[in-house]
Design a protein around this ligand. Sequence first.
Ligand SMILES: Nc1ncnc2c1ncn2[C@@H]1O[C@H](COP(=O)(O)OP(=O)(O)O)[C@@H](O)[C@H]1O
Ligand SMILES: [Mg+2]
Length: 200
Amino acid sequence: MKKLIAQGAESKLFLVKDNVIKNRFKKNYRIKEIDEKLRKFRTKREAKVLQKLEAINFPSPKLIENDEKENLEIEYIKGKLLKDILEKNNYVELSKEIGEKIAILHNNNIIHGDLTTSNMVFNKKVYFIDYGLSLFSHKIEDRAVDLHLLKEALESKHYKIWEKCYKAVLEVYEKKAVNGKEVLKRLKVVESRGRYKRKH
Ligand SMILES: Nc1ncnc2c1ncn2[C@@H]1O[C@H](COP(=O)(O)OP(=O)(O)O)[C@@H](O)[C@H]1O
Ligand SMILES: [Mg+2]
């Protein structure tokens, strides 16, 4: 039996037995060729990152199958979205765990690309999901932007607690990430650039 469990802007998620099928559906507003390329690229990228993450034992869904087009079959992570539980739990502790996990990704040259609490599932520990926008990179700039996107997500979805959360994320990140200090320095530049952009 196939049960729709979530529908995002780009994909539909179906639960089939213990697995999730992630289907990146057609977007009619995109030029057909570009749309196909994009869906294929993101599906393949997500599959590749998931394989790498399994190899390093990082808490994320295991890849089951990849049609290299628009469908991924991945392990279902039973649990709750961080978005729904962060505020009702020990959010500082959870944020520290998030900081540590981001450091592990970056230490393996993986940039998540969409760090939000909708892309994190909690079941005894925090699992990161949704790697369609990920990239392999060793650049300090890409790491700083990854953290900046998390900041924006926390600010908009968890505006009452976001500052404490973000501070805890960065504290642990700085300790655990190779070049952590440098990334945080760059983060300040990224943030000042963001403010500048919004003003003009
Ligand atoms: N492996 C998984 N285990 C459990 N839930 C998942 C899994 N993958 C996706 N989901 C659920 O589906 C939602 C959308 O999936 P996601 O991969 O984030 O796609 P999108 O690119 O559309 O955001 C998630 O926020 C989560 O609720
Ligand atoms: Mg998502």
